[in-house]
Design a protein around this ligand. Sequence first.
Ligand SMILES: NC(=O)c1ccc[n+]([C@@H]2O[C@H](COP(=O)([O-])OP(=O)(O)OC[C@H]3O[C@@H](n4cnc5c(N)ncnc54)[C@H](OP(=O)(O)O)[C@@H]3O)[C@@H](O)[C@H]2O)c1
Length: 266
Amino acid sequence: MPDTTTALETPLPQRDLSHTPRRCLVLGATSGIAEATCLIWAAEGANLFLVGRSEEKLHAMAANLRVRGAAFVDFAVADLDRLEDHPSLLAHAVTQLGGLDVAYIAFGVLGDQPQAEKDAAHAQQILHTNLTAPVSMLTWLANFCVKQGRGTIAVLSSVAGDRGRKSNYVYGASKAGLTAFVDGLRNRVDREGVAVLTIKPGPVKTAMTAAMPGNEQFADANAVARDIAKAIAKGEGGVIYVPGKWRVIMAVVRAIPDSIFRKLNL
Ligand SMILES: NC(=O)c1ccc[n+]([C@@H]2O[C@H](COP(=O)([O-])OP(=O)(O)OC[C@H]3O[C@@H](n4cnc5c(N)ncnc54)[C@H](OP(=O)(O)O)[C@@H]3O)[C@@H](O)[C@H]2O)c1
């Protein structure tokens, strides 16, 4: 894990943005779900700092968010698999934003399950992007928020982490690990004034699911983003399923006895 000491000691910024509603850091901002959430925040006049891999996409997104009403938009191009860059990247983002009210972790990869069954390096890559990299960022962000005594940290996990399925258990394992980490983190920092929200989407129509059969039935990213933005605005920690029906569906899926579950083609 990177040494976060220096970055945590980075002085808080001079720029006064206290008159504007919220300062949101979005990690994996070009994700379909994150972009839809940013559009809602832009309409509310938020300050946004976007982080993603594609300069071209970030450039276009930032221009659109400014037109849609964001008070401030800046971005950084970064491969978030590079753990060693996290402390300086996060410190830079917080400085540019003039503080931090909301950190939103949205990046992730689906991976290729059949390839991961043959090639452990691919399985490890999925675990690295979906679990190790968020853990690195969450450690820094949680310590920063505890130090300032407030903030909301929202994390996109998945219903896939609720039960291992043969069709996507590597991705599912990465999200199960993330869910457990975020649960524990919430219990650690809740009494320090920091809200930690676990978001578990069911299937959503984005680039990640574009090649999946039946994706026209998946939830709309804008509708999912509305539920997410509403939950984040409450400033309370907890676990939400989006759309909400997935809480019931996953309770049923978890209750299926293992002897039956292993015979199902899920
Ligand atoms: N869509 C669903 O059905 C669904 C369901 C449950 C949970 N989720 C979770 O929700 C989150 C957002 O997914 P989405 O549906 O919005 O998918 P998406 O549109 O494919 O977004 C994934 C994002 O992650 C970014 N990313 C991946 N690896 C990265 C890295 N190493 N460094 C920086 N950025 C990286 C991608 O960047 P590029 O644009 O550069 O590729 C992309 O912006 C993910 O964590 C996903 O697991 C999605």
